[in-house]
Design a protein around this ligand. Structure first.
Ligand SMILES: [Ca+2]
Ligand SMILES: [Ca+2]
Ligand SMILES: [Ca+2]
Ligand SMILES: [Ca+2]
Length: 328
């Protein structure tokens, strides 16, 4: 009875103590930059503090709750849709730990290893109770004016990006706004390449926004055969001038081939707990409760992002891989 009373009074005390000065830990991990790892059956978002004390705050989630690729990396959901809500239970849990020594990071990740390493020793541990929820919200991390979402060397702000994503310019009317379009004028010569080519008509639009770069009436896209849309410079005169930059050359090849418009993008995952109760695993029953706890964000770059020009009839068709022949 005495013990129960102590636990209850501690609970009241902890709840009324906002600054956390008088308790063992302040659980001061809010708005951390998080790391992520994937193990055989669980994935873990975590933050480490090794400054005055060795401590960590982690969120372990059963792999079945997450969208993961074959490398164990997160597959981001659509940022415009509702966030993922995962119930806290014995498989999905928040864990706060204090250690005897620093926690190793790197390939043998402490948090995702199958057998918990003997070192460093855990000297204090708090684990979440069932009942709460963790909310994982996905954002694009490249939706800023200074970012270059399509990596074509023209910053978003210079491709008409705005925070509301309203009235986004689409120079070639292929359904892909300029800030996500690697070929802004749809002429099969990537913007990043056209930026390096001097315009034949200095008073006209820059090459990367001009679908007929030499102004000969034949679209650049059709001055190249469908066999080599990626290498327009192959089609050239003996003097080495590509046809698409030569108004004297007006040979026209009809086709509907388009270069790949796929890009890679950067994402951010925000991890917020709703109704988080952490209980000390030392048996004391000490509990601390947060109505909400914003653990922080995990950033992920280089995520493939498929885009298709509306005019392209066979964009991103899965190429049928041939079975390797059996060798006896
Ligand atoms: Ca476009
Ligand atoms: Ca672009
Ligand atoms: Ca182009
Ligand atoms: Ca032309």
């Amino acid at each position: 009875m005495k013990r129960l009373f102590l636990a209850i009074s501690l609970l009241i005390f902890l709840n009324s103590c906002d600054d956390g000065d008088l308790i063992v830990t302040s659980f001061d991990f809010e708005e951390s930059d998080l790391d992520f790892c994937n193990g055989p059956d669980k994935s873990v978002f975590y933050a480490l503090n090794s400054q005055d004390v060795f401590e960590s705050f982690s969120l372990e989630i059963s792999n079945s709750e997450l969208d993961l690729d074959e490398d164990g990396d997160l597959i981001p959901g659509d940022p415009t849709l509702e966030p993922t809500r995962i119930p806290l239970n014995s498989n999905n849990r928040a864990v706060f730990r204090i250690y005897s020594n620093s926690v190793p990071t790197g390939t043998n990740n402490y948090f995702c290893s199958v057998v918990p390493p003997r070192e460093p020793q855990v000297i204090e541990e708090w684990v979440s109770a069932s009942g709460g929820t963790v909310i994982i919200r996905t954002f694009f991390a490249d939706e800023t004016s200074g970012a270059d979402s399509d990596n074509d060397n023209v910053d978003n702000i210079d491709e008409g990006w705005n925070a509301d994503l309203s009235n986004l310019p689409d120079t070639d009317s292929d359904g892909i706004p300029d800030y996500l379009d690697v070929d802004d004028d749809g002429d099969n010569v990537p913007t990043v390449t056209e930026l390096t080519i001097e315009s034949l008509n200095p008073d006209g639009p820059p090459n990367y926004l001009n679908p007929d770069d030499d102004g000969d009436g034949v679209p650049t896209r059709l001055e190249v055969t469908e066999d080599a849309p990626e290498t327009p410079a192959l089609f050239q005169t003996a003097e080495g001038i590509p046809n698409y930059l030569n108004p004297e050359q007006t040979q026209r090849f009809e086709h509907d081939e388009y270069i790949s418009h796929n890009i890679t993008r950067a994402y951010r995952y925000q991890v917020i707990f709703d109704d988080l109760s952490l209980t000390n695993t030392d048996g004391s029953g000490e509990t601390i409760r947060y109505e909400t706890y914003n653990l922080g964000s995990y950033s992920q770059g280089g995520v493939s992002y498929e885009l298709c020009p509306e005019q392209d009839p066979d964009c991103n068709d899965e190429e049928t891989e041939e079975e390797p022949e059996e060798i006896n």
